[in-house]
Write a protein that binds this ligand. Structure first.
Ligand code: ZN
Length: 237
C-alpha cells in the first residue's frame, strides 16, 4: 500500500515526491514537516521512524489518529508536534489528560509561530451526528473562523502577514470533499483562505481512496490545499 502511495504521489505531485524521497537523506534550508492524518501507518509506527525521517523539523497532526500514535512520533523524532482534533477524537477537557496529546501543542482555534512560519488551526468536521465530538454546523464553524480571524489580523499587524499554514481536519467546501453528510467540506475554511491567503492548508478527514484519479493537492489562488491522509512530507521554503 505504501508503494502504491509513493507511485501515486509521483504521478500527481512530482515536486512533493522529489521532496519525499530526497528528504530522507538530505538537508535543505526549508522547514520539513511530517504531516499525518486519519490512519495509522505501520512504516511510521515502527522502530525505523528515526532513520526514515532524521531531519524533520516539525510534526503536524490533522486529526482522527490515536493520541498514542502522535506521542510515539513526537517522542521518537524529538520534534514539536502541532495538532488539531478530528471528529473521532475526544472533546478537549483540560482536567482530563486522556483528551490531549502529551508533549504536543493543540492548535485548535489558535495561531502560533514555529520555525519562522505562522500556523493556525481549526479542527473538527461538519455536524452529522447530534452528539458528535468536534462537530459543528457550517454556521458554528464560521463563528470559530471569525474568532480566529481576529488573531490573524493581529499577526498581520505584528508580523506583516496573517499566516503561512492553516491546519484543519476537514477540507474546504468543494475541495477534496465528498457529498455524504459526514464528509462535506467547511465553507468557513474557504472564507479564511479568501481573506487571509495562507500558503498552505493541510487537512485530512476525506480518505483518499481514488489515488490515481483524484488529486491530493489543489491550488486555490495563493493557497496549496493538501490532503495529508495518511501522511506527507512537505517542505516549505
Ligand atoms: Zn474525520
Amino acid at each position: 500500500m505504501i508503494l502504491d502511495f509513493k507511485k501515486a504521489l509521483c504521478g500527481v505531485f512530482p515536486s512533493l515526491a522529489v521532496s519525499f524521497f530526497l528528504g530522507q537523506n538530505s538537508r535543505t534550508m526549508g522547514v520539513k514537516i511530517l504531516a499525518v492524518s486519519d490512519q495509522v501507518v505501520e512504516r511510521i509506527y515502527s522502530s525505523q521512524l528515526a532513520q526514515l525521517y532524521p531531519d524533520v523539523d516539525l510534526i503536524i497532526g490533522c486529526g482522527d489518529l490515536p493520541y498514542t500514535y502522535l506521542e510515539y512520533i513526537l517522542t521518537v523524532l524529538g520534534k514539536p508536534l502541532l495538532y488539531v482534533p478530528g471528529n473521532h477524537d475526544p472533546d478537549y477537557v483540560p482536567a482530563n489528560p486522556k483528551t490531549r496529546v502529551h508533549g504536543g501543542t493543540l492548535l485548535d482555534d489558535k495561531t502560533l509561530r514555529r520555525n519562522g512560519l505562522i500556523f493556525a488551526g481549526l479542527g473538527g468536521s461538519v455536524l452529522y451526528r447530534p452528539d458528535g465530538a468536534n462537530q459543528y454546523t457550517q454556521f458554528a464553524m464560521y463563528l470559530r473562523a471569525y474568532n480566529l480571524a481576529l488573531k490573524l489580523i493581529m499577526n498581520r499587524i505584528l508580523y506583516g502577514r496573517a499566516l503561512d499554514v492553516l491546519v484543519t481536519h476537514s477540507p474546504p467546501a468543494g475541495i477534496h470533499d465528498d457529498d455524504d453528510p459526514a464528509h462535506r467540506g467547511l465553507h468557513a475554511i474557504n472564507w479564511l483562505m479568501r481573506w487571509f491567503k495562507p500558503r498552505y492548508v493541510l487537512h485530512g478527514h476525506t480518505h483518499f481512496y481514488r489515488q490515481n484519479l483524484a488529486p491530493s493537492h489543489s491550488q486555490v489562488g495563493a493557497t496549496t490545499v493538501i490532503n495529508v491522509y495518511p501522511y506527507r512530507l512537505i517542505e516549505i521554503e
